[in-house]
Ligand binder design. Structure first.
Ligand code: NAD
Length: 313
């Protein structure tokens, strides 16, 4: 990621179509009563006193299971944001995690935090575009065991319209966002095939929605969805391959984006806020886990309703 080039999601002016609260202006039934068979209190059209508003789970990522015990996971872009949260989530659920990233110092901090929480993790500083560096990643993974999960998060995004984007910039972005996934997949494929592994590619809502200034980013994220389907067909039933499409998620990728653009983006979501990295990590963990055993070749949008709100505007 180049400085100040965050994957801004839809920071354009748009018309508000609903109030800030999802239920604003509408009567709604307390989901607890009455029972469908007519027993229980009669519905009067007025909400019973709901009491104090419960603490809302905004994705602190508290694991509720240990779905990855005995598994080894490789997480690219694992030193920051969604990758770091995914590494933490998988480790908290029992996986031994190989964190790989070009940012060694931040990666060490992620690994140290996982270990401090009792998890198992190791850092391999590596560039996803370097085919030989993948040998180091696989060797580190094998100190734990065969790779069962690959979570691909590393990315690059340069902001410029196509007519101003250099070929070098275009090629760099495609190399990190797309070729890096191809190389990583190939590196761990034998393990995945032998152990019914799962791959989760981190795409973006930009795969479906054009936003000015991101031709290579959007093209590479769209290509990941095609690749996802292709790999799922090619390597099923042994390997499942899925993708997540995050919307606005507050990570260091947003560091260079101003308050006004951030506010517009938040307004564009149904959730009324940014997502947290842990909320995307929870979706990645679900797709990687056995409970998603019949889900392959598809994608899950994790955008706080940004896409549907946009579509309804
Ligand atoms: P981030 O900047 O917090 O983390 C990205 C990490 O990738 C960094 O640690 C960086 O060092 C690493 N990286 C960059 N180039 C690399 C390379 N060549 N080899 C290895 N590592 C490399 O970003 P994030 O917001 O957590 O993004 C993670 C993924 O989520 C990306 O694929 C991004 O496209 C996607 N995404 C993010 C958002 C968002 O709003 N944050 C929205 C949509 C999609």
């Amino acid at each position: 990621m180049r400085a100040g080039s965050g994957p801004r999601v839809g920071a354009q002016a748009r018309t508000r179509t609903t109030g800030p609260y999802p239920h604003e202006g509408t009567a709604h039934v307390n989901p607890g009563a009455p029972a469908p068979d007519g027993s229980g209190p009669a519905y009067t059209g007025a909400d019973p006193d709901p009491g104090p508003e419960p603490e809302r789970d905004t994705g602190t990522g508290t694991p509720t299971a240990a779905r990855f015990t005995g598994r080894v996971a490789v997480v690219t872009g694992g030193a920051s944001g969604i990758g770091a949260a995914t590494a933490a989530r998988l480790a908290a659920e029992g996986a031994a995690v190989v964190v790989t990233d070009v940012a060694a110092e931040r990666g060490e901090a992620v690994v140290a935090a996982i270990r401090a929480d009792g998890g198992r993790a190791v850092l391999v500083p590596a560039d996803v575009t370097d085919a030989t560096a993948w040998d180091d990643v696989v060797a580190a993974a094998h100190s734990f065991g065969p790779v069962g999960v690959l979570s691909a998060n590393a990315y690059a995004c340069d902001i410029a319209p196509a007519h101003e984007m250099s070929l070098a910039s275009w090629e760099h972005q495609l190399a990190v966002n797309l070729t890096g996934v191809f190389l990583g997949f190939k590196a761990v494929l034998a393990d995945l095939r032998a152990h019914r592994g799962a791959v989760v590619l981190t795409s973006s809502v930009h795969a479906h929605t054009g936003i000015p200034g991101r031709p290579a980013y959007a093209a590479s994220k769209g290509a990941l969805l095609s690749l996802c389907g292709q790999l799922a067909v090619e390597y099923g039933p042994d390997v499942r391959v899925n993708a997540v499409l995050p919307g606005p998620v507050l990570t260091p990728a947003w560091d260079g984006i101003g308050e006004a653009d951030r506010a517009l983006t938040v307004e564009g979501t149904a959730a009324g806020r940014f997502g947290s990295p842990a909320e995307v990590a929870a979706a990645i963990a679900f797709l990687a886990a056995d409970e998603a055993s019949y889900i392959t070749g598809t994608s899950l949008v994790v955008d706080g309703g940004w896409s549907v709100k946009k579509a309804s505007a």
